[in-house]
Write a protein that binds this ligand. Sequence first.
Ligand code: NDP
Length: 251
Amino acid sequence: CKIDYQAPADLLQGRNILVTGAGDGIGRAAALTFARHGATVILLGRTIAKLEKVYDEIEAAGGPQPAIFPLNFEGATLKDYHDMAETIDREFGRLDGLLHNAGLLGRITPFEQYNPELWEQVMQVNLNGPIWMTQALLPALKYSADASIVFTSSSVGRRGRAYWGAYAVSKFATEGFVEVLADELEHLGNVRVNSLNPGATRTQMRKTAYPGEDPATLRTPEEIMPTYLWLMGPDSRGHNGEKFDAQPPRS
Ligand code: NDP
């Protein structure tokens, strides 16, 4: 946990970083924070109006001009990921950071009642879509002198909990995939991949999962950004295949 990490203002200067689910919640905060630290951010998400708002905020703050990439992981095809890779190659030449943040909660419900279609949807958005997107983007990441891939996990991706169904399974699988890919990338030296558990954070997803909770007791997305910055910047070089937490566990 690097919650006390103090990032220099120019930490991400000159880096091209793609953030999925950049229109809301933690992804929105990450996109704004990366841009404030000098990164050119590629805002990926399914609701264009939200991405445009983030775009405008970055421009208004004088950050490097971002780019918008509309994509819905439900229904996205391999061709979409390869078109994306081609666009990034053409417009930016390389990718230095990839934050897999988009996520779908599905339903908190007993497994006996879990709808199989919903299960597929959650696995698509949280696991399979991001995996095939990563495959398409690997060449652009390899062009970078120092590339960081971050997958978003969860505490239920480390210890299963009743009723969390596909969401928990998708996060366990995400952590497993990170270990496999990290082992394959190790010899390259210039591309690392790690998983990050944001911990309880004040967003719409958290509110849906815990409707009775007082959001004021939770850290905001902005407050958990130090670990995101550390993982995206050069200070985390050499860390590969590891699991991180963005905040200390709650007592
Ligand atoms: P939010 O629900 O606030 O944001 C999720 C983001 O993912 C939104 O931008 C959403 O887009 C996007 N998204 C959802 N489905 C799709 C899709 N099919 N295609 C493309 N984009 C999609 O969630 P959080 O910010 O809380 O969560 C961010 C990540 O952190 C997730 O991976 C989540 O699992 C993880 N996490 C969060 C915790 C928390 O306490 N908040 C705790 C542990 C893990 P749109 O706005 O258009 O719907």
